[in-house]
Design a protein around this ligand. Structure first.
Ligand SMILES: CC(C)(COP(=O)(O)OP(=O)(O)OC[C@H]1O[C@@H](n2cnc3c(N)ncnc32)[C@H](O)[C@@H]1OP(=O)(O)O)[C@@H](O)C(=O)NCCC(=O)NCCS
Length: 162
């Protein structure tokens, strides 16, 4: 979690990719991981051959109200020197596989600001843009839009939840 914390800290302080502005502590990051683990949701750490973390990804409930229970939202953050080598695509593909295993039916990506890399990675994984929320964030003195992308998981909406 120290490595996850270091990666996330960079984006909190330098990017609108996250709308957080105050860096959460390592223990808070650990609590967030534990909450997902207790729900049986996937949390992936990508490492180099020497086991050094290069990035992480997880799928959380898109919203907590019960009818949203089969809809997950993905999150991916790579260390700055690990971007652009296919790792984001690999993490998202694995996240989608694991989301299907836990019974998810939809996955949503909420992409803040102009983030071509994230849009490309999601599009490559079968997501489609379903909307843009205008000026829903305000960070570094400017309004920030979010692009919503979505793809079905497993049988999607073809059958009801059991
Ligand atoms: C967004 C992020 C996860 C993408 O992962 P990545 O490993 O850099 O991307 P990949 O190398 O897997 O690229 C996947 C595809 O996106 C394309 N792509 C990557 N970066 C791109 C860029 N800056 N502009 C346009 N396309 C880009 C690649 O060409 C590739 O397309 P292909 O499958 O047709 O070859 C990663 O860059 C990252 O962590 N960025 C900072 C944090 C962040 O923005 N997280 C997302 C929050 S929603």
């Amino acid at each position: 979690m120290d490595a996850v914390h270091a990666i996330y800290k960079h984006y909190v302080l330098n990017s609108v990719a996250t709308f957080e502005e105050i860096v959460p502590s390592v223990s808070e990051m650990t609590n967030r991981w534990r909450a997902l683990a207790e729900q049986g949701l996937p949390y992936l750490i990508a490492t180099d051959p020497s086991d050094a973390p290069l990035g992480y990804a997880y799928a959380a409930l898109y919203r907590t109200r019960v009818a949203y229970r089969a809809t997950l939202e993905d999150t991916i953050y790579l260390a700055p020197d690990a971007v652009g080598h296919g790792l984001g695509a690999a993490l998202l593909a694995e996240l989608i596989d694991q989301a299907e295993t836990v019974g998810a039916r939809q996955m949503v990506g909420v992409i803040a600001g102009a983030n071509e890399a994230s849009v490309s990675v999601h599009r490559g994984a079968g997501f489609q843009t379903v909307g843009v929320l205008k000026a829903v964030g305000f960070k570094f003195g400017a309004w920030v839009d979010t692009t919503l992308m979505q793809r079905p998981i497993g049988s999607g909406a073809k059958s009801p939840l059991s």
